[in-house]
Write a protein that binds this ligand. Structure first.
Ligand code: PLP
Length: 445
């Protein structure tokens, strides 16, 4: 497959439209959906993928951080080939052990910072389940627990425990019961607010956990301040309150360190991982996990044996190709080029259309002046063959696979510049079949 953008049909193309239209009727969990369907033969290479209608897109969204090595990375293909020789591939891995379960835990521990004293991990399937189990482990060690604490704007997943910690959009929460929670503002004031809470409302022993994303994902790629993270960690340590870093979106090297909390010189008691890891995981010192058998478990904990193998290969490949350094370098290049484009656009369009550029490594975002303009740009870029994702109220997140090159960053920037020109003229961006799908329907609300 040629690594080159090529949009040959309207989006979605006829084959994709047929599948999406039927799926929309039959899928009980219909949610925001991008108007393409991946090619049946898995066509893709590097940062490019082909859809079922043979359109080729440049992916700057990495399936929301779940595709760190891009499409058809040789190391992953090799692993898949290797496993095809072995049968059966399916094992209910929590109770019926495969060696990969241990290998995955050991790989994860090899990339946990020493200061955490992590010597155990629990494997599960998704990000929400990782959060769910981290908060369960924390609560189990705190019999006086009355409530948990999370941050305003947080997203921690959609199972009921994780959803209780989420503070993102009403649609995700309405009608569902919640475990008791308090929120702290995602700002320099968080430490002071926690101290007030502990002196006025709830005894430290009654707080089950504090959970934080060092860089908020769905909330808008908001980077915590050093003060916020350090204050929260200091107080939770002093008061013996379990501190959980949710690294489901920001972890596994995306920000240029293995885990985003490492940018703040702190070590949590627990961290969660999923997405880029392929399976869900909770990492901590063994003392934090319940010591009664069956207190936490799930049939498919750690997923399919192939999922475990893919996750292990992902970690090894990131190490082997020094992708943490590359992510830091490419992220700095992208932010610098965006800053130049912002300055340029300020000259051309009277006001800068690119605002509030932020990020670490390859977890980056910027804001547009309005929500509508953000939505126009996401859509226009898709029409031009580039996948980016919205975040927060007016943000666009840029999270290409770790194997992105400067050339691909330059291609993205050229396309962004032309999308800005088109959208600034208020042209007919929201038209055609592309607008019939979740992604665009949401944008019109
Ligand atoms: C920070 C964070 N935590 C948890 C989750 C939930 O993960 P999953 O969708 O795999 O359940 C997400 C998903 O976007 C996330 O970004």
């Amino acid at each position: 497959m040629k690594e080159q953008i090529s949009v040959r049909t309207q989006i979605p193309g006829p084959k994709a439209a047929k599948i999406l239209n039927t799926l929309q009727k039959k899928n009980g969990g219909w949610s925001t959906v991008y108007p393409f369907v991946h090619s049946e033969t898995g066509e893709g290479s590097g940062c490019y993928f082909q859809d079922i209608d043979s359109n080729t897109f440049l992916d700057f969204g990495s399936q929301i951080s779940s595709n760190p090595l891009g499409y058809n990375h040789p190391a992953l293909l090799e692993t898949a080939k290797d496993y095809l020789k072995r049968t059966p591939l399916k094992f209910a891995g929590q109770d019926f052990t495969v060696k990969e379960h241990l290998d995955m835990i050991e790989e994860l521990l090899s990339i946990a910072p020493h200061s955490m004293h992590a010597n155990a991990a629990f494997l599960i399937n998704s990000g929400a389940e990782a959060v769910e189990n981290a908060i369960k482990c924390a609560m189990r060690s705190r019999p006086a627990t009355k409530l948990g604490i999370s941050m305003t704007g947080a997203f921690h997943g959609r199972t009921l425990g994780a959803l209780s910690c989420t503070n993102s959009k009403l649609v995700q929460k309405k009608g569902y019961l919640s475990i008791p929670m308090r929120r702290l503002s995602f700002s320099d004031n968080a430490g002071e607010e926690l101290e007030k809470l502990l002196s006025r409302e709830v005894a430290p022993a009654e707080v089950g956990f504090v959970i934080v994303e060092a860089i908020q994902g769905e909330g808008g790629y908001n980077i915590a301040s050093q003060k916020m993270m350090r204050d929260l960690r200091k107080i939770t340590k002093q008061q013996n309150i379990p501190f959980i870093a949710d690294e489901v979106q920001s972890g596994m090297g995306r920000t240029g360190t293995w885990w985003a909390f490492e940018h703040f010189g702190i070590a949590p008691d627990f961290f969660t991982s999923a997405k880029a890891l392929q399976v869900g995981a909770v990492v901590a010192n063994k003392n934090w996990f319940p010591n009664e058998s069956g207190a936490i478990s799930s049939t498919w904990g750690g997923g399919h044996v192939l999922d475990l193998a893919m996750g292990i290969t992902t970690i090894k490949t990131i190490k082997k190709h020094k992708l943490l350094q590359k992510n830091a370098e490419h992220g700095a290049y992208l932010r610098q080029a965006l800053a130049e484009l912002a300055q340029d656009s300020a000259g051309k369009f009277k006001t800068s259309l690119i605002q509030n550029i932020r990020g670490k490594g390859l977890m980056n975002a910027f804001d547009l002046p309005t929500k509508k303009m953000r939505e126009d740009i996401v859509l226009q870029l898709l029409k031009q063959g580039i996948v980016v994702l919205g975040c927060g109220k007016t943000g666009i997140r840029l999270l290409p696979p770790y194997i992105v090159t400067k050339k691909e960053i330059d291609i993205f920037l050229e396309q962004l510049e032309s999308a800005l020109k088109i959208c600034n003229k208020k042209g007919p961006v929201h038209t055609g079949p592309i607008c019939s799908y979740g992604m665009c329907a949401d944008m019109h609300t």
